[in-house]
Design a protein around this ligand. Structure first.
Ligand code: FCB
Length: 487
């Protein structure tokens, strides 16, 4: 008789040799220790301590206390057999006195923390992948205009040079920015993320200055760490028009322009999309784009990081009913969708995560194959994918999270399908290693494959962590549903 374990190994999607199996986190979401080593506040410290901004009044003061427990977390990753770890650097730990005018002194303590983490990872056989900016802008830079100001991009280039010079001898891969879409539109248009501003023109200026920061960062990393690979991580939308109508196609074009092409085109082709500039002409004249900027922004990169969670269904809004706004990006009074008055995001039927995000793994295959087709020659990585579900509880030392296991299996199969179709996908990073501070949602939404008890900070791998460990070990994803593997 064939056992479940045998079935698991006999029917699998095998991944290419050397495929990276990783987990991802971000500094503010896990580190805590917000004043250690002279760290100064970031916009997320300010925002999370502003009443009404975060569910439950949560903040990142302690978070997972990863700053003090990183060795334990690295040991956990080693136990799970992960081969890469994507983490971000807290900019205000590195240059705590930065202002719009100057970078200020470099903090030896700040660099020492990340240097220790890198060494611990390398000793455990785990390749570090550093994200330089995962949303925690030093507050002093926001006070000087934040991403609406060109100076922020210039200071970012200098900060990137500092980090690359200090760690580039040991770090094989740097990612300049995480999801500039969120930084620009959620931070400056809808205001559900820090710094909480609601000005459409400011958001488009932020788009450009984030793109410029990316380009300046690429140049700085190339100079300081010539052996390292350089990438950027985008939360690309798999945009699905609800019907085949011309009006729904027009809605899809607008959303694709604002979420995908306004980053992809300057970074990979050295131009801004004409249609996006035309759509937004009533909001800004784009005069913040200066001669030479697009050459800087389009400096070649080695890989594109794609974050995918959920599809984006759009349709033309007829104005005959209240607008539906199920875009998954919070219900701020203001919208992140600039110049999209005629677009709505219809509520979806079918399975959803605790975030209310529809589950549809086809988007993973769709995005990766599109990127492979439109940007040949660029390695692709899934730098985030995962899900929050209700009900993660530790019972007798175990956390049964069957929904997360199913989500991961179906999305990993979708990555495999993209590879079969020719997409050069070189790695996958589950979001997230640990339950953590989920931005405006606070600690209520748990994305970790490892459970964190926020009163004791005890870590307990969930069933999904052991499932993922099996995937990493076998370099393969089981095809058919199987019994959850035990620790
Ligand atoms: C992404 C963010 C990450 C996390 C996941 C759920 O947009 O990059 O920090 O919040 O969503």
């Amino acid at each position: 008789m064939t056992s479940v374990a045998q079935q698991q190994t006999s029917a699998t999607h095998q991944f290419p040799q050397g495929f990276l199996w990783g987990a991802a986190t971000a500094a503010y979401q896990i580190e805590g220790a917000v004043t250690a080593g002279g760290r100064t506040p970031s916009i997320w410290d300010t925002f999370s301590h502003t009443p009404g901004r975060i569910a439950g009044g949560d903040h990142g003061d302690v978070a997972d206390d990863h700053y003090h427990r990183f060795r334990e977390d690295v040991a956990l990753m080693a136990e799970l057999g992960l081969t890469s770890y994507r983490f971000s650097i807290s900019w205000p730990r590195i240059t705590p006195q930065v202002t719009a005018q100057e970078l200020g002194p470099v903090s030896a303590d700040g660099l020492a923390f990340y240097s220790g983490l890198v060494d611990a990872l390398l000793a455990a056989g785990i390749a570090p992948s550093i994200t330089l900016y995962h949303w925690d802008l030093p507050q002093a830079l926001e006070d000087g205009g934040g991403w609406t100001s060109r100076a922020t991009a210039e200071r970012f280039g200098e900060y990137a040079a500092v980090v690359a010079a200090a760690l580039g001898d040991r770090v094989p891969q740097f990612i300049t920015l995480n999801e500039p879409w969120c930084s620009a539109y959620l931070g400056y248009a809808s205001g559900v993320h820090a710094p909480g501003r609601t000005e459409d023109a400011a958001a488009l200026a932020a788009v450009h200055h984030l793109n410029l920061a990316h380009g300046l960062g690429v140049a700085a990393i190339r100079r300081a760490a010539p052996a390292a690979k350089v990438a950027v991580t985008l939360n690309l939308a798999w945009v699905c028009p609800e019907t085949g109508s011309d009006l729904d196609a027009e809605a899809a074009r607008r959303v694709d322009g604002l979420q995908n092409r306004v980053f992809l085109d300057p970074m990979l082709s050295g131009r801004y999309p004409d249609d996006v500039q035309a759509d937004t002409a009533g909001v800004t004249d784009w005069a913040f784009v200066r001669p030479g900027d697009l050459e800087v922004i389009s400096a070649p990169i080695d890989a594109l990081g794609v974050n995918y969670y959920s599809p984006t269904v759009v349709r033309h809004w007829t104005r005959e009913h209240p607008k539906e706004t199920a875009d998954g990006h919070g219900d701020g009074a203001a919208t992140p969708w600039i110049a999209c008055d005629d677009v709505e995001f219809p509520r979806q039927h079918g399975p959803k995560t605790a975030m209310g995000w529809s589950i549809d793994a086809r988007g993973m295959t769709g995005l990766l194959t599109r990127m492979a087709r439109e940007h040949p020659g660029l390695d692709l990585m899934v730098t985030e994918n995962g899900a929050a579900f209700p009900g993660d509880e530790v019972v007798d030392g175990r956390v049964a999270d069957p929904d997360r296991v199913d989500y991961l299996r179906s999305h990993l199969a979708a990555v495999h399908a993209a590879i079969e179709a020719g997409a050069p996908v070189v790695g996958y990073y589950v979001w997230s290693l640990l339950d953590n501070f989920e931005w405006a949602w606070g600690y209520e939404k748990r994305f970790g494959v490892v459970h964190v008890d926020y009163s004791t900070l005890v870590r307990t791998p969930k069933d999904s962590a052991w499932f993922y460990a099996g995937v990493a070990r076998d370099n393969a994803v089981p095809v058919a549903p199987v019994a959850r593997s035990e620790p």
